[in-house]
Ligand binder design. Structure first.
Ligand SMILES: *Cc1c(COP(=O)(O)O)cnc(C)c1O
Length: 237
């Protein structure tokens, strides 16, 4: 049996369904525990996942896909079932913005003035407004993208005042801290998000944090968009 046919076997689909139901229930439990009334968006992160498995997840009720890699996305997008919202969440080079600007409804990974300017310019050429999130390097890790926490205020101002960009909030990928828990970072992100929302108002409505290993904790700390890959589709090869 080839890998491809295995990955789309009935067993593989049944596993995705089971995972979906479990994650949905875990999210609902975290929402109840946090006593929240708002809605949490469940994004399926599609990197390395075959199209038919992605489409199956959509058939279960997922209506938001997260794309990391421009080339992979461009190769797969024509085969996705229509009417699914797609966000770009991976590191984005300035020269790739033009390939995705008309194909996604939000970019989560904006982390430099140059990138913001390029998105603004390309959006303007398309006569559209692009929704963006600022990626925050909340753990101050050298190897990672994102704006350092100290620079968030200034960069938010910069993005907020561009004509063809609409700042919607923040994204983060916190590292585990010494206790193997991200809690401290999630709390810091929640503070950054709330401060920005009091400053700019209700346009700021998205806090994108929480992945397969920590989405419940993220929901306890105000995340309203969790990005889930391996817990839904299985481990990536
Ligand atoms: C891969 C990826 C995810 C999902 O990771 P999992 O741990 O597999 O859930 C979420 N966000 C970003 C930005 C990613 O690159």
């Amino acid at each position: 049996m080839t890998e491809k046919s295995f990955s789309s076997s009935p067993e593989a689909f049944a596993q995705v369904r089971e995972n979906y139901l479990r994650i949905t229930e875990n999210i609902a439990n975290a929402v109840a525990k946090a006593n929240r009334q708002d809605k949490i968006r469940f994004m399926a992160v599609t990197k390395t996942v075959p199209v038919e498995k992605v489409n199956y997840a959509v058939s279960l009720g997922i209506n938001l896909l997260g794309e990391n890699r421009v080339q992979e996305f461009l190769g797969k997008r024509d085969f996705y079932v229509p009417d699914c919202e797609i966000h770009f969440i991976g590191g984005l080079q300035n020269n790739k913005v033009k390939y995705i600007i008309d194909k996604v409804s939000m970019i989560h990974s904006v982390d430099s003035e140059k990138l913001a300017l390029e998105i603004d310019k390309r959006a303007s050429l398309m006569e559209r407004i692009m929704d963006i999130l600022i990626e925050v390097n909340i753990g101050k890790e050298e190897s990672k993208g994102g704006i350092l926490p100290d620079a968030v205020n200034e960069f938010s101002d910069f993005c907020f005042h561009m004509n063809n960009i609409r700042l919607r909030g923040f994204m983060a990928i916190p590292p585990p801290d010494d206790n193997g828990s991200n809690e401290r970072y999630f709390e810091q992100m929640q503070r950054i998000y709330n401060d920005c929302r009091s400053k700019y108002g209700e346009d700021i409505d998205t806090l994108s944090m929480g992945m397969s290993n920590d989405y419940e904790q993220a929901v306890l700390h105000g995340s309203n968009l969790v990005r889930i890959g391996s817990a839904l589709f299985g481990n990536r090869k």
